[in-house]
Write a new protein. Structure first.
Length: 64
């Protein structure tokens, strides 16, 4: 959880949508939690992912 931004991300679809909200863990599958931290736009349901340390490790393993 150390690679998260200090400020909430803004919706990639439109800056007018404003800040995105952290997706509650209760609404996430195991795979989603493994991948990292999800943010959703309350206006258009766009979502973005900040990859977890675990996923970064997997990606590095694949590169070798
Ligand atoms: Zn949006």
């Amino acid at each position: 959880m150390s690679n998260l931004p200090m400020v909430l991300p803004v919706c990639p679809a439109s800056a007018e949508h404003g800040e995105m909200v952290l997706r509650p863990l209760a609404f996430q599958t195991y795979e989603q939690k493994f991948c990292g931290t999800w943010y959703d736009c309350p206006q258009c349901r766009s979502s973005i992912l900040f990859p977890s340390m675990e996923l970064s490790k997997v990606n590095e393993e694949v590169k070798k």
